[in-house]
Design a protein around this ligand. Structure first.
Ligand SMILES: *[C@@H]1O[C@H](CO)[C@@H](O)[C@H](O)[C@H]1NC(C)=O
Ligand SMILES: *[C@@H]1O[C@H](CO)[C@@H](O)[C@H](O)[C@H]1NC(C)=O
Ligand SMILES: *[C@@H]1O[C@H](CO)[C@@H](O)[C@H](O)[C@H]1NC(C)=O
Ligand SMILES: *[C@@H]1O[C@H](CO)[C@@H](O)[C@H](O)[C@H]1NC(C)=O
Ligand SMILES: *[C@@H]1O[C@H](CO)[C@@H](O)[C@H](O)[C@H]1NC(C)=O
Ligand SMILES: *[C@@H]1O[C@H](CO)[C@@H](O)[C@H](O)[C@H]1NC(C)=O
Ligand SMILES: *[C@@H]1O[C@H](CO)[C@@H](O)[C@H](O)[C@H]1NC(C)=O
Ligand SMILES: *[C@@H]1O[C@H](CO)[C@@H](O)[C@H](O)[C@H]1NC(C)=O
Ligand SMILES: *[C@@H]1O[C@H](CO)[C@@H](O)[C@H](O)[C@H]1NC(C)=O
Ligand SMILES: *[C@@H]1O[C@H](CO)[C@@H](O)[C@H](O)[C@H]1NC(C)=O
Ligand SMILES: *[C@@H]1O[C@H](CO)[C@@H](O)[C@H](O)[C@H]1NC(C)=O
Ligand SMILES: *[C@@H]1O[C@H](CO)[C@@H](O)[C@H](O)[C@H]1NC(C)=O
Length: 555
């Protein structure tokens, strides 16, 4: 046995994919589940952990055993749906004994009515290991339901589980998981449905060898999909990443629906993965959650005592930018569509993304806010240091009005720059980078540069779109948002306590004009009910518990 040394307020336990984010209109509460392996730092016997929030800003671990004296943040207390030894008609009959993978939930009962029931649709695993690059053993995954009638405190597995036992059409799949189901009024109209239907998505393929956490949704009259793609490999991004597409919908002769992509891009250009979304019916908008993996090269994980975190909840929406010069249609589909207005001007239109503005406002409660007056000369990066003494949790915003070359900011800098991280826009390659070469003196941590594609629009009046960066730092987690349509999540693991400086940064000889420099330092603690030390004991599994370490590694 090992004991966890908690370095931060995160819990001991693995927190990968967010699952089943939803809003319960009956009780006025948001629910968020996540892939959970209590008392371990590595992936293994995964189930669902569970938290609730009234406002998406502060969160409470759900106590599923209110009658015991164990605090709700400790050990397995926040586990909602766990593995069982229930048997079924599935082959093999133990349909969920090894893992509860991700899925979705809706505030409805088994017949679709709203009566306070919460219905979850998840993947149970009966065989392990499973991976996109290994042959798929038949029966490995099946799709099952679980429900709660007391607001999420206690959960039951549906008696006729699994409800989907076999892959569709005998497809030769690489994986078959993370079912997503939604009411979809726009699709009801397309299909001439006279009563509301729920639509479900199982896994599909391409852009990689395996899809995970696939979602589909409408915003207004436009249709989108998003998916985590595993095994894809392009020169600037290897293995897992999160993608989206907008597409047009048409009905085929055989009654099925065709989705033809018209634009697309990365939901996150860094390491945010397993992004799921839900309809926030309280605020009539769509919210996304993603899993920020660690990037530690397996160094220091036990000392940290946990792995994984959520990024900020993100609002996704239609982002229209008027008066742009459209790209030639010959350029093919890109990140944006160009739509002409009646007066002949053009909009660039894309899937916008920004941290939910009300959540950002809430997290700024109690922060120290500094707005830096900034004329052209004063904000020159060589003469101006913003601050050298921030806490570990802050927002740093800056606008680059124009630049002749690489320009951005430095964060996590120690007084003599033994450690620092540069975040910048490079107009020569239309990219935004988080350069981690010198982020940490501990050279075991990943230090590659995260790069994303960001092409500013050109306006009809001859100007170029300014670059508005919003950077959120919370411990090792760094989220970079640009112009409400670009997101990149990274990790930096500082080795020094005094690596708390930020400043402006530009390459030598670059002429850059900054504006709107603001810092909010000391963001709100999103888990006010957890103690500063929320560690639980780490345990190491026996051979019998791990199929002789074939199902998982045991730690
Ligand atoms: C796996 O987790 C379940 C709860 O989800 C628990 O009942 C079971 O004992 C665990 N199995 C092992 C081998 O740890
Ligand atoms: C299922 O049974 C095995 C063997 O008795 C046990 O080790 C395991 O913990 C059980 N799993 C669950 C989820 O209860
Ligand atoms: C679901 O809720 C509706 C009320 O909204 C109720 O009429 C229906 O009987 C419930 N169905 C089940 C299976 O409980
Ligand atoms: C399934 O796909 C894998 C990988 O592409 C391939 O090796 C295997 O032969 C296929 N199996 C069948 C039954 O087609
Ligand atoms: C729905 O109804 C319209 C008008 O009656 C018809 O043109 C269309 O083909 C129908 N769609 C489907 C999927 O049946
Ligand atoms: C990814 O693709 C590049 C070429 O774009 C190739 O050199 C590299 O070997 C590939 N990596 C993997 C892991 O397939
Ligand atoms: C309908 O047609 C499409 C395109 O030919 C095909 O991929 C799909 O499998 C068909 N669906 C059914 C239910 O036959
Ligand atoms: C263009 O964008 C503006 C918002 O900036 C919006 O009001 C307008 O409806 C858009 N036009 C089209 C054709 O979508
Ligand atoms: C930074 O702030 C801490 C705590 O407020 C203080 O102890 C320290 O002296 C400050 N350091 C500098 C360089 O201002
Ligand atoms: C990252 O910054 C370092 C200097 O700190 C530089 O040597 C390196 O080339 C940069 N990496 C990329 C990919 O731009
Ligand atoms: C970057 O990481 C590699 C190993 O991944 C390491 O060999 C190298 O020393 C690191 N670079 C720096 C500047 O720490
Ligand atoms: C684990 O492996 C050992 C030795 O290879 C074997 O004796 C034992 O039966 C195995 N146990 C399980 C649970 O498979």
């Amino acid at each position: 046995m090992k004991s966890a040394i908690a370095l931060s307020v995160a819990l001991a336990g693995v927190v990968p994919d967010p699952c089943a984010p939803m809003y319960d209109p009956v009780r006025g509460l948001y629910h968020l589940h996540y892939q959970f392996h209590p008392n371990h730092v590595a992936w293994g016997n995964v189930s669902w952990g569970h938290a609730t929030s009234a406002d998406l800003i502060t969160w409470t671990d759900m106590d599923h055993h209110p009658d015991n004296d164990i605090p709700d943040w400790k050990d397995q207390e926040m586990q909602s749906i766990g593995t069982t030894n229930l048997t079924s008609k599935h082959n093999p009959p133990l349909y969920n004994h090894l893992a509860i993978f991700s899925g979705s939930a809706q505030p409805v009962n088994l017949s679709g009515g709203i009566d306070g029931t919460i219905l979850a649709f998840y993947t149970g695993a009966s065989e392990l290991p499973t991976a996109w690059d290994e042959p798929y053993a038949p029966g490995t995954e099946s799709q099952a339901l679980a429900y709660s009638t007391d607001g999420g405190v206690t959960w039951s597995h549906y008696e006729n589980n699994p409800i989907l036992s076999d892959t569709p059409g005998n497809w030769n799949v690489t994986g078959w998981r993370d079912p997503y189901f939604v009411p979809w009024a726009q699709m009801d109209d397309v299909l001439n449905m006279t009563e509301p239907h729920y639509y479900a998505l199982e896994e599909t393929g391409s852009y990689g060898f395996n899809f995970e956490l696939s979602n589909f949704f409408s915003i207004g009259d436009r249709y989108f999909v998003s998916m985590g793609a595993e095994g894809g490999n392009v020169s600037f991004h290897q293995q897992k990443w999160s993608l989206w597409n907008e597409g047009t919908i048409s009905v085929r002769a055989n009654g099925s629906i065709a989705f033809d992509p018209v634009s697309g891009g990365a939901s996150d250009w860094g390491l945010l993965y397993a992004i799921s979304s839900f309809s926030d019916t309280k605020n009539n908008r769509r919210i996304q959650w993603g899993w920020a993996q660690e990037d530690m090269n397996d160094f220091g994980i036990t000392q940290q005592g946990y792995q994984g975190a959520f990024a900020l909840p993100r609002e996704i929406f239609i982002k229209d930018t008027p008066d742009v010069i459209p790209k030639s249609p010959d350029a093919g589909p890109g990140n944006s569509r160009f739509i002409q207005n009646a007066d002949g001007t053009w909009n660039a239109s894309t899937l916008g993304v920004r941290p939910a503005p009300d959540v950002v406002e809430g997290l700024r409660r109690g922060t120290q806010h500094t707005k830096y007056p900034c004329d052209e000369r004063k904000c020159d990066s060589k003469q101006f240091s913003v601050s050298s003494n921030l806490t570990k949790s802050y927002q740093f915003s800056v606008s680059i009005k124009r630049t002749t070359g690489i320009a951005g900011v430095t964060i996590g800098a120690s007084p003599n720059r033994e450690e620092y991280t540069n975040i910048y826009f490079d107009p020569s390659s239309n990219s935004v980078s988080v350069n981690r070469t010198h982020s940490s003196l501990i050279n075991m941590f990943a230090n590659n540069t995260h790069v994303g594609y960001f092409e500013p629009y050109q306006f009809k009046n001859g100007s170029t779109e300014p670059i508005e960066m919003d950077i959120f730092v919370d411990g090792s987690l760094v989220e970079v948002y640009v112009n409400d349509r670009f997101a990149l999540t990274s990790r930096i693991y500082l080795s020094r306590e005094d690596s708390i400086g930020v400043s402006l940064f530009s390459a030598p000889g670059v002429d850059v004009e900054y504006s709107k420099i603001e810092v909010w330092d000391g963001l709100l603690n999103a888990w006010p009910d957890r103690p500063v030390n929320s560690s639980s004991l780490l345990v190491f599994d026996t051979p019998a518990e791990t199929g002789n370490y074939t199902w998982w590694t045991g730690n």
